[in-house]
Design a protein around this ligand. Structure first.
Ligand code: FES
Ligand code: FES
Length: 173
């Protein structure tokens, strides 16, 4: 079944059963290997991408839920992700690195709606993303560093953080 979606601003068409996980399509069909597979059951956050701007777990999101919608992956680039990546480097966040694409996508979604989060807001927002290397404190510092740069939009008012959409919510948006 041919399904059309927009990935990092480009229209793409893939031929896959509608229940194929979006993660498989990104990695195997579109060769976007930055998004990682780990638990495969919406527990760790390694596979986080954005669906219409909201963070989702691509390992449990069927490709049919992404049809005619916009997907953003770690390969997208742009000022916010770049500023976060620079902050990640400055704070020497990365250890083995496996969880970090998902961490960065989760953090980017936070700063898109909450440009100056508190430590508590960061911890709450990032709580669903797991790091076996224990980089949580460094990630918090890096996000705070990035808020001082162009990572955060120039929003006049502070918006409350959005919770990551569940697969069920994402598929019904
Ligand atoms: S691989 Fe998707 S949440 Fe763990
Ligand atoms: S840096 Fe190794 S799992 Fe997070």
């Amino acid at each position: 079944m041919a399904i059309t979606l927009t990935v990092n601003g480009q229209r793409r068409s893939v031929d896959a059963p509608p229940d194929t996980p979006l993660l498989w399509v990104l990695r195997d069909d579109l060769k976007l290997k930055g998004t990682k597979y780990s638990c495969g059951m919406s527990v760790c956050g390694a596979c986080t991408v954005h669906l219409d701007g909201a963070p989702i777990r691509s390992c449990v999101t069927p490709i049919a839920a992404a049809a005619n919608r916009s997907i953003t992956t770690i390969e997208a680039g742009g000022p916010r992700l770049q500023a976060l990546q620079e902050a990640w480097l400055a704070e020497e966040v990365v250890q083995c690195g496996y969880c970090q694409p998902g961490m960065l996508m989760q953090a980017a979604a936070l700063l898109a709606t909450n440009p100056d989060p508190t430590d508590a807001e960061i911890d709450r927002w990032m709580a669903g993303n797991l790091c076996r290397c224990g980089t949580y404190a460094r990630i918090r510092r890096a996000i705070r560093r990035a808020t001082a740069t162009k990572a955060a939009p120039a929003a006049p008012a502070k918006a409350p953080p959005r919770k990551p959409a569940t697969t069920k919510e994402a598929s019904h948006e």
